[in-house]
Design a protein around this ligand. Structure first.
Ligand SMILES: Cc1ncc(COP(=O)(O)O)c(C=O)c1O
Length: 386
């Protein structure tokens, strides 16, 4: 069997290896507190669950248009308008099986041998994996430059050259929890005017998980960029719907026919009843999200204070998402060593910074979308072995 070379260039998400190891240890009777996965412990909103079940009962089981049912695309468009004031034609919106396919498609459209793609490191591992798959050169920018893990526009702009095809941004940021404010995004967008052929993929999947009453400076609010902007978003994080596999992308008008074809050539359409659940999630009351954020706020405080109380651990306060990304260098260990002993000796699972690139060798990622009891216990257990 001769597998195409590109397939061997694909990477993965280390979280799945840790997930498997955690399950194995649990099977062996070891009690593990799992702070590794990128999802919330909240249930999906009841009105979304009910709407999906009702859709199935009403017989909505067939194929839909590859870009999603118009009702769902219109609901996304209305939500964007009500949250951010931006007017987006539903024909530019594509419903996807999760947030991930939007990055897969965007990187496939612009990645090829001879081209370059700029992306955050540490960053969501699929950016680099997909860039390598396409044969383009992966050009990382370091997200640990600033203490609060915000973007550094000068550095990002300095990496652009005539070969650069795509720039990937992610705000709020996984794995660091960094949040980049509007004045910084303004500066970046201003600089991007000098590179009119460069396409931007803005991954805003954590747009509603921002603390301290701050709002995302969504790239959708920079109309000058619209012809070369792809925005990735979805239901996974905001509505605790990761396993539903529901996302949306906003695309430049001239790319829509290509996205449509990619959908036809891969998944045909997104799960039909799930799309009805998705509409209900967008249009229903937001108590679920508000309660979740209230709880995450408490948990953020607890985990940051807990981590800071550990000898040799330094932690900045995450501005968004549900991740804390402490630096463990002063424990005398790097992130990988720290992760290993925490799992094996303390029974606490987390992810080393190196699972997200090459720069964050001294960091580890904790997911704090878990109970306060779990967080407190995890800190106590780590404290004991340190
Ligand atoms: C930054 C970022 N983008 C995209 C995704 C993918 O989201 P989904 O599960 O909806 O595919 C994730 C998931 O963890 C993420 O952290």
């Amino acid at each position: 069997m001769k597998i195409a070379k590109a397939v061997n260039r694909l990477g993965t998400e280390a979280v799945y290896n840790i997930f498997a190891k955690t399950k194995q240890l649990a099977k062996e009777g070891k009690s593990i507190i799992d702070l590794s996965l990128g999802q919330s412990d909240f249930k999906s909103p009841k009105h979304a669950v009910d709407a999906a079940i009702q859709a199935l009962k009403d017989g909505y089981h067939g194929y839909t248009l590859p870009n999603g049912i118009i009702e769902c695309r219109e609901a996304v468009s209305r939500k964007i308008k009500s949250l951010y004031g931006a007017t987006i034609d539903p024909e530019r919106i594509v419903i996807m099986p999760g947030g991930k396919p939007t990055m897969h498609y965007a990187i496939s459209f612009f990645g090829e041998v001879g081209g370059e793609i700029i992306y955050p490191d540490p960053g969501f591992p699929i950016y680099e994996s997909m860039i390598n798959f396409t044969g383009a050169k992966a050009v990382p920018y370091n997200m640990t430059d600033n203490e609060d893990f915000s973007m550094n526009p000068d550095k990002i702009l300095s990496l652009i050259n005539e070969k650069t095809r795509l720039l990937i941004l992610n705000n709020p940021h996984n794995p660091t929890g960094g949040f980049t404010e509007k004045n910084v995004i303004d500066k970046l967008v201003k600089g991007l005017k000098n590179f009119p052929n460069l396409v931007i993929l803005s991954d805003e999947v954590y747009d509603r998980l921002i603390f301290d009453k701050k709002k995302i400076p969504t790239l959708l609010n920079y109309p000058d960029l619209h012809e070369r902007l792809i925005v990735l978003n979805g239901w996974s994080k905001t509505y605790a719907m990761t396993g539903w596999r529901l996302g949306w992308g906003v695309w430049p008008e001239k790319l829509i026919e290509h996205v449509f074809k990619f959908c036809v050539n891969s998944h045909s359409c997104v799960n039909t009843p799930a799309q009805y659940g998705a509409i209900a999630a967008l249009e229903g009351p937001e108590d679920h999200l508000n309660n979740m954020m209230k709880e995450f706020n408490k948990r953020r405080k607890l985990i940051v204070e807990g981590l800071r109380s550990l000898k040799g651990v330094e932690c900045s306060t995450p501005g968004g998402s549900f991740f804390a990304f402490p630096n463990v260098k002063k424990t005398g260990m790097n992130g990988e060593e720290f992760t290993k002993i925490c799992l094996e000796k303390a029974g606490v699972a987390m992810i080393p910074g190196t699972a997200f690139g090459k720069f964050a060798t001294d960091n580890v990622r904790f997911n704090f979308a878990t109970s306060t009891e779990n967080i407190s216990k995890a800190i106590q257990k780590i404290d004991k072995i340190l």
